[in-house]
Structure formats: C-alpha cells, structure tokens
Design a protein around this ligand. Structure first.
Ligand SMILES: [Zn+2]
Length: 453
C-alpha cells in the first residue's frame, strides 16, 4: 500500500518552511532509502536528475522513534476497572482481561497503535509484547505482518513472563509460558524476522516483562541468548518505589544490582522508565552504555514519578521517549509525548536546562540510541530517509514565530506526510490504503468483546 517516492530517481524535498538540521535550508535529497545530500541556503543539489517535492508548507523533523509500547493495550484504553490505580493493582485489574486476547484482536490492536504512531510523525517503533495466552503463540509474527503492511520500521520484542500467581507472581497462570518454550520461540522469531544492517525494516529484541515477572534463570538465559544471536534486550526497570522495596525484601538487593547479576547491564539493553535510580546507579548505567526510555505520559497517569532525565544525560545515559502501553497512556501519539516530556522535564529542571529542542532530541537521536540504530533519528548525509513533515495551517499554530518550537509549544499532533526508507507512508494526513473508519469499527468491537469477558 505504501506509495513509492521513487526507487529509481533521487528526490529533492525542496525549500521547507523549516527543518531540524544544520545546512539544509533548501531541503534534502533522498535516494534509495537514504538521505544523500543536504542542500544549504542559496545552493542547488549537486546530484543531477532529481525530481522535486515542494515542501514550502512543511516543517521537517527526523522521523520520531518510539522506544516503549504494548500495542495490544489499545484494546483496554480508559478501562473503568483499571482507572485511578497505581501500577500493581492496575496490572491485577488488567491481566484477566488481557488473558482473553485473540490473534484477530491483536492484529487490530497493533494496526491501531501503528496507525496512530505513523500519523503522529513516528517512523520507527518498538513494541513489548509479553502476554501469550493459548492460541496466541504467533503474536510477534502477527505484529511483523502489520508493520510490513503499513511500511513502518520496527524493533519488535519477544516478551515473556514465567512467574505467575502459582509462583507468587502477579499475572494469572493462563498468560505465562515456561522457560523452554520462551527461549525456543525467541530463537525462532529472531531467525525468521530479524534483519541486520542499516537498512533493516524489521528487527527483534528479547524482553522479559520485568525482572520480577520472570525467574532468575530466564533472565540469565535471555541475556545469554541475546549475546549469541546478537540482538537487543529490553525490560521495565525502576518504575515505582514499590519495586525497590519488593526487590530488597525478596532478593536482598536493588533492582539495578539484580539486573547486573543477571548479565543485563550493557550496551544491548534499554530500559523502560528508569525513575528510581540513585546517583551512583546512574553513573553505572552511563558507563555500561545502557539507555533509558522515558515515558512521560504513562509515568504521570500512573503517578509513578519522574525520570531524572538531566542527571541521567549528565551521567552519559542516552534518553529516548516512549508512549508506553495504551492502557497507561491511552494514546499512541509520539508528537504529543514530545510535548509531555518537555513539560514534565521543564517543570522539574527549569527553563535554562530543558528546551523544546531537548525534547525533540530525546524522541529522535536519543531514541535511536535506545534501539541501537545510529543511522536513524537525524537529518544528515548517509542517514536513513525517515522524515516527518508537519503543516502549520491549523488554528493552534496561527501566529507562531519559530516553526520548530511551534510544533512542541502549540501542540502538533498530526503529521501531514511521513517518509520511511524513502517511501511515503502518510500522505495528506492519511495512510494510503488504510480505511480508518473500518479499522475503528472492528477494533472497537474487539475491545468491547474482550472487556465484556
Ligand atoms: Zn510498559
């Protein structure tokens, strides 16, 4: 369904209203999925035979990168039984509903999440799928199919849980799997779907839900398998103060110590949340090259706390942004997440330490570090041709001075055009070939069915 920009011919995205790049005042030339030239003020492209896309009404950003999500949770947005609860009781209210997830419902949940992300200017997304009730063994395969259908770049994680209520864990027995099943399927999905190299569109990472919903044995085996297969590792960590107390009481150490004991503290790993680390721990994370996905909306809705982003960056930790699951954020809009992170962190650190450009940097270059893809998240020669183009013709932008600041400060929420690996996947604010009315109707019906039980 994705419309080819041009596979044969370089395209000059010409004379943007503004662009988040130095020396590209007259735009960029893209060819075969990469940015091949920045065109400075007063210049023409050095490459001959370019076709032109007039971008005079567009503000251009590097495609935004979402580093944390649970797509299936779009089926349980604003669920009354889970509202106004903190993390642990919130999870306990939702697990029985999630246990009813079917392949058809997951396909719709993933389609909704990815469509919402694309339309918000997101070009690469991760997903953390960790519920595997009987019949949903092909969850990752379903997600890959949707990503290919929509033309989105993805790093999908093969999640896992193997400590259920039977073993003193939170999830019901019906949504967990045993260690052998998890590891075998992890190998299978990596072998089947993981692409390598800078042009990769589909990658796989391994991701126990949290260190406390799986056994120590599975944590260690997952890390060893990621080393063997050369793929990334992801999990939730330091999301709540409860987690520190739980870890100290049951394991006699803090969550980061436990993570390190399991062989996880290294460059392969990016962690969702990272709110409750002390100063020494931040230094250890920075030295190890582990990165953090900051989920500003989710952290505020669940009242978990506030990730100390500036101290983390000073300690050398890369910070990306994540919308997190729709049952804690309820929206999958990454541009709105940029604004939320900007507001939360500015309130914490003040006007001199956090600007709109910092928030945009977290969602692009910072997120690229989280997903281990330095070729993404930046408008520069040789980087991926993943771009988000916004128009400023809505009421909310009227009278704005700085076009790039306006995106964050006036609350941009919908891209006009989105380019992934040189292909238009959003045009005129819509996804070509995707009937959103029909998707909403079927997704709403699937959600109602799941919630009703
Ligand atoms: Zn999460």
């Amino acid at each position: 369904m994705s419309q080819e920009l041009s596979q044969q011919q370089p395209v000059w995205i010409k004379d943007p209203l503004a662009i988040l790049a130095e020396g590209a005042e007259r735009g960029v030339v893209v060819d075969r999925g990469r940015i091949v030239e920045l065109v400075p003020a007063g210049a023409m492209p050095g490459i001959s035979g370019v076709t032109v896309f007039e971008a005079g009404q567009h503000v251009i950003l590097p495609g935004l990168i979402n580093t944390h999500h649970h797509f299936y949770q779009t089926l349980t947005r604003a669920l009354p039984a889970a509202m106004d609860r903190e993390l642990f009781p919130w999870l306990q209210a939702l697990y029985p509903v999630w246990a009813r997830l079917t392949p058809e419902a997951l396909d719709l949940g993933v389609t909704v999440a990815m469509a919402e992300l694309l339309l918000s200017g997101c070009t690469t997304t991760t997903d953390h799928h960790y519920v595997f009730p009987a019949g949903l063994e092909d969850a990752v395969d379903i997600e890959v199919a949707v990503a290919k259908r929509l033309g989105m770049r993805v790093l999908l994680t093969r999640g896992s849980m193997n400590r259920s209520q039977r073993d003193g864990g939170l999830p019901p027995d019906s949504v967990v799997q045993d260690e052998d099943t998890i590891l075998a399927d992890s190998e299978r999905v990596v072998a089947k779907h993981h692409e390598r190299g800078e042009d990769a569109m589909v990658q796989i990472a391994l991701a126990p839900c949290s260190p406390f919903s799986v056994t120590t044995s599975l944590m260690r085996a997952t890390s060893a398998l990621a080393d063997k297969l050369d793929v990334r590792l992801h999990t939730h960590l330091a999301e709540t103060e409860d987690e520190n107390s739980f870890c100290e009481a049951t394991l006699g150490c803090r969550p980061l110590d436990y993570l390190e004991q399991c062989g996880w503290l290294g460059r392969r790993t990016w962690l969702a949340h990272g709110i409750f680390f002390n100063a020494a721990e931040m230094q250890r994370i920075g030295k190890a090259g582990t990165s953090i996905s900051h989920c500003a909306c989710s952290n505020q809705i669940l009242a978990s706390g506030c990730c100390p982003v500036c101290e983390m960056e000073e300690a050398g930790v890369a910070i990306g942004l994540g919308v997190d699951g729709s049952a804690s954020n309820d929206a999958s809009n990454l541009m709105q997440e940029v604004r939320a992170a900007f507001l939360l962190q500015r309130a914490r650190y003040g006007v001199t330490r956090v600007s709109h450009k910092d928030a945009l940097r977290w969602a692009t270059k910072g997120s690229a570090a989280c997903v281990g893809r330095p070729e993404l998240g930046e408008i520069a020669t040789g980087k991926a041709a993943d771009l988000a183009l916004f128009k400023l013709d809505e009421l909310r932008f009227s009278g704005a001075g700085d076009p790039i600041a306006a995106l964050v400060l006036c609350g941009a929420h919908r891209a006009d055009r989105v380019l992934v690996r040189g292909r238009w996947v959003v045009t005129d604010g819509a996804i070509p070939g995707l009937d959103l009315t029909d998707v909403i109707r079927r997704h709403s019906a699937a959600a109602r069915k799941m919630q009703a039980g």
